[in-house]
Design a protein around this ligand. Sequence first.
Ligand code: GYE
Length: 311
Amino acid sequence: LVLAFVPGLALAKDKKIVLGFSQVGAESEWRTANTQSIKDAAAKEGITLKFSDAQQRQENQIKAIRSFIAQRVDVIAFSPVVETGWEPVLREAKAARIPVILSDRAVDVKDDSLWVSFMGSDFVEEGRRAAKWLIDYAPVKQLAAQGEVNIVELQGTVGSAPAIDRKQGFEEVLKNAPKFKIIRSQTGDFTRAKGKEVMEAFLKAEGKKINVLYAHNDDMAIGAIQAIEEAGLRPGKDVVIVSIDAVKGAFEAMIAGKLNCTVECSPLLGPQLMSAVKDVVAGKPLPKRIVTEEGVFPQEVAAKEFPHRKY
Ligand code: GYE
């Protein structure tokens, strides 16, 4: 009874956790679903969220993190646009004793004590899954039996973990499939507009030689579908397309027969992130790595799966 009147204690008990989150931007359907998930989960858990959109620029993220440090937030989380260049700002956060959680994308720093936990997908595995599906896809198998399979690749943002890893995983599997050749590879920055633009350039250079498009995300594939149609070719038939994320737009494209497969990468990290934030504030140890579980969706299952999709 007496304790209830100690003002400091009551304050400490009611004090809301403040989380500073620096988001990459709003470049894709995946990203907007990710932002929504984080905002919803913070509201649900009663966590005060300071949200900052970096518009895909590292310097904006660094600025946002510095401002979170200056505001003395309880926890900082961010989705690093690129892998490298984070040491100085992460050292500042550590010096201020503010724990940092990596959401969705990893950083490449020598000192792993600069961040407490990394949650998100295994991007290398996603690349492998895309390649494995491709090699086993009957129309592509037929092509491989007759000659070479020419692939064009739309990469994600240069220097980002998902672009680096999805390329690596895909190439790793193709090493054992000598008929499969990546004839062009360029970044489309994870956006529809860039995906379309770069696909146009690929088509101009290679024309009907292109058998397959591998896009590091669905948005670029959807942009490329437009380019393929405008070039008078049939996406999903003349050009087999596999991409990553499994957003609703990809399911719609599959149902329309224009996309052949999407590999799942879930953006719904909000609830996991908030529980990690609460744990770290409570002084509980966090796992260094929390991997998201996900599947592969070929066109044949698209109509059946569509009603169950949450993003
Ligand atoms: O695949 C892409 C987004 O980091 C996993 O970023 C994320 C990627 C996602 O823009 O659509």
